[in-house]
Design a protein around this ligand. Structure first.
Ligand code: NAG
Ligand code: NAG
Length: 209
């Protein structure tokens, strides 16, 4: 019984440790003797891999995972989204994110609660920050300053960071560009520099007129 429990524990605690390598065109990943290689060249234009399919493929001992045609999220950046309600601080008791863990008991919060411990893409697991974690300080500050609304693109970035934090945080560069879940994270926060240029342009135009 002990042995079975131990085996189940070991099986569940195994996370893929991704390395970038050049694979055949159209392949997302290759599992070779327990090493997981993700295609250095990414997927052909218009196709993607997905980190969710990588994880189930990895669990099921797949050999080659192929790219798929997937719809990329099209975002209407002019639409604004109501902010979430702040759930209260959810800070780790002893350190800041990202924190490696072996189980959720390693993810103790200051308030005495625990958060999940989930696989990253570097062979280790990480504590999953809730919306009240310092990871999302930028989101709450933006909401405070903008009457509790964010542009759609801004919301999408933080929502994806919240959902895929564990995968994203240590994803090697090949994974960052290959997986559909990382499209908005890879693009980064909407560039406020653009607004500065636009408002600067308006200022100069109004000064000249
Ligand atoms: C994957 O391989 C491991 C070790 O060889 C084995 O214990 C497990 O049952 C396999 N899983 C599946 C879904 O085939
Ligand atoms: C997880 O387990 C490993 C192996 O037992 C240990 O070396 C490591 O310190 C543990 N990590 C944490 C965060 O407790």
């Amino acid at each position: 019984m002990m042995i079975i429990l131990l085996l189940v524990y070991l099986a569940e605690s195994t996370c893929p440790a991704i390395m970038c390598n050049s694979l055949e065109t159209g392949a997302v990943a290759l599992d070779s003797d327990g090493s997981v290689y993700v295609n250095f060249y990414g997927c052909p234009v218009g196709t993607y891999g997905s980190v969710e399919s990588l994880m189930s493929w990895f669990k099921n001992n797949g050999t080659v995972l192929f790219c798929h045609t997937l719809d990329t999220p099209s975002l209407d950046s002019s639409e604004s989204i109501d902010c979430l309600t702040f759930p209260g601080e959810e800070l780790l008791a002893d350190t800041v994110y990202p924190k490696r863990c072996n189980s959720s008991t390693d993810c103790l919060l200051k308030d005495g609660g625990y958060v999940d411990c989930l696989c990253g893409l570097d062979g280790y697991s990480y504590c999953m920050p809730g919306w009240g974690a310092d990871v999302f300080d930028g989101y709450w500050e933006y909401c405070d300053k903008h009457h509790n609304k964010t542009p759609q693109t801004y919301w999408q970035y933080y929502k994806d960071l919240h959902t895929y934090y564990n995968y994203w945080i240590m994803a090697p560069s090949c994974a960052q560009t290959t997986f559909i879940e990382f499209v908005t994270l890879q693009a980064g926060l909407p560039n406020s520099g653009l607004y500065i240029i636009i408002s600067y342009g308006i200022l100069i135009t109004s000064l000249l007129s």
